[in-house]
Design a protein around this ligand. Structure first.
Ligand code: GRF
Length: 199
């Protein structure tokens, strides 16, 4: 399974996927890592690992389309089976999504459809939910909205801050992303409407 990673920052989900591959828990290969930010820690890690690492800095492009064209060009050369958004802080245009139908994954730090968008963990705390978690889903043209592949729940504690809740959710994110990829790799799944059905 050939994986492309798109990230913008810390890259702990990327690192979790890479470690699962290194530990033979996931039979896959990271064929490229693309960051839209030159200072992303995840990009530095990709370089240390001697992976094919690319900076495509959106600030250097006058238009969204121009930036996406270059990202798509690198992806086309890398020929990924799946594209993993791992803290990639750019929305993808409908044309980008259409180029890889049901092949782009995202991870979001809430149990979708609750709390899409930024600061999902703080949103969950402010709302007062007792359980939150994380969601790995296919990317469609709407924000944090595509068919759900894996979710993992995390209890919210009385004394949680956004930071402590985020940290516990992040541990589950790392498990969930690897689990989602392993499940997709079986090929024993199909999509019915919004539902991803695993056999
Ligand atoms: C994670 O919380 C993920 O759910 C969200 O952005 C964060 C990325 O973290 N989409 P990292 O860069 O993978 O450490």
């Amino acid at each position: 399974m050939r994986l492309a990673i798109l990230l913008s920052g810390r890259g702990s989900n990327f690192a979790a996927i890479q470690e699962a591959i290194a530990n033979r828990k996931l039979d896959a290969q990271i064929v490229c890592v693309i960051s839209n930010r030159p200072d992303a820690a995840g990009l530095a890690r990709a370089r240390e690992l001697r992976l094919s690492a690319h900076v495509i800095d959106h600030r250097q492009y006058p238009t969204r389309e121009g930036h996406e064209e270059d990202v798509l060009r690198v992806l086309a050369e890398a020929e990924p089976d799946f594209i993993c958004l791992a803290g990639y802080m750019r929305r993808l245009s409908p044309a980008f999504v259409a180029a890889y139908p049901h092949r782009i994954l995202n991870i979001h730090p809430s149990l979708l459809p609750a709390f899409p968008g930024v600061d999902a963990q703080a949103q969950a705390l402010a709302y007062g939910v007792k359980v939150s978690g994380c969601t790995v889903h296919f990317v469609d043209e709407n924000l944090d909205a595509g068919p759900i592949i894996v979710q993992r729940a995390v209890e919210v504690r009385n004394d949680d801050s956004a930071e402590t809740l985020s940290a516990r959710i992040l541990e589950q994110e790392h498990i969930a992303y690897v689990e989602a990829l392993a499940k997709l790799q079986t090929r024993k799944w199909r999509i019915e409407g919004r539902r991803v059905i695993f056999e």
